[in-house]
Design a protein around this ligand. Sequence first.
Ligand code: PMP
Length: 431
Amino acid sequence: MSDHKKILELRTQYLSPSLSLSYEDPIHIVRGEGQYLYDAEGLRYLDAVNNIQHVGHCHPKVLSAGMEQNALLNTNTRYLDETIVRYAKLLTKKLPEGLDVCFFTNSGSESNDLALRIARCITGSKETIVLDGAYHGHLSSLIEISPYKHNAPGGEGPPDFVYSIPLPDSFRGIYRGDNCTADYVNEVKKVIYKINDSSKTLSAFFVEALMGCGGQIVLPEGFIKKSFELVRMFGGLCIADEVQIGFGRMGTDFWGFETCGVIPDIVTLGKSIGNGHPLSAVVTTKEIADQFNNGMEYFNSYGGNPVSCAIGEAVLNVIEDEGLQENAEIVGSYLIEELFKLQSKYTFIGQIRGQGLFIGIELISNTDTLKPNKTLAAKIVNQMKDAGILISIDGPDHNVLKIKPPMVFNLENANELVINLKTIFDKNYDS
Ligand code: PMP
């Protein structure tokens, strides 16, 4: 029996059926290096999707930082240790002044759950505003604030303290075009008034500055800024989920929220922060951290351990030393330009959007109704995989091709991606 088949059988036998596999014919990856993955037969794949391995698969400096610290010591935050303070200082230097107190966790979900807990503790309220289509994690508390999950198969809808704003999608949302910001801000206002009218108070507004699972949605200009103003006016905290978009991926800025000209009260980090190592963080102000310190200890067996912190520090240094934020801007802008050229050729491309190395291609089946084309998206992703390039699908209608490669993705890789996309678009273009 082939390894491939054997692994599939063992997965079926021993792993939860709730887990999914990418691609119709799943791939057996055995090695990664930079922006490339290699399967058991030695075939090379260009990785245009793994944003967790932010500075590249198996980056030698990240690996050796982890190995060296692991060989020396791994404990927890209850001992004095230089690694954690050095890393916290370095990380907060990357954030705007004021956001300078860290909590370390092990996953984006843990960070978002902690952010929720902080907001609830400080405001004495659970009323939370989120955007439709948003995903903030897999914990029970986060399924509750993730319409992407609770409004999808298996979901039970939101609890009564969670309020969703219609997806602020200027292409296919309930308000469209270049001037839809005020309409979406008005939706936020309506929700806040509703909370107020029911004699409740607002706890938090949870948001990604550029939505990942929502379908690489670039929010209407000024939406976040105006929403933050409203939320704060009514005593709520603004929480920016940077799990997918942080650490330079936006190119022009180190953080997604910076592209919107705002400073959140709490920032949650994950994925790229540890290049695949389970490290995550919550960063907030001293004032908020002090208020949260109500007698209940925050302890996390693994969060902030010396090995994680050494890895986090190495990731930040590599981003800086290798100019990866600048690379995201140069390669991302080039890629978006090249994709725009394709858009004029294929009517099934509804919209190209994104920033830096976080790009979406929305596929539609009708240019008048903008009906999402989920079938075509699935076909293209599988055909791209067969051509040796890995991309994925997202969005509530599963019709957005997602491109979010390791940040070492270069211009040559961008060309390889576009040439292959073009060939596959041609193959599927019948009008
Ligand atoms: N927030 C966002 C925006 C995410 O995309 C994800 C994961 N896809 C999470 C939070 C949860 O992170 P994790 O899987 O590390 O728990």
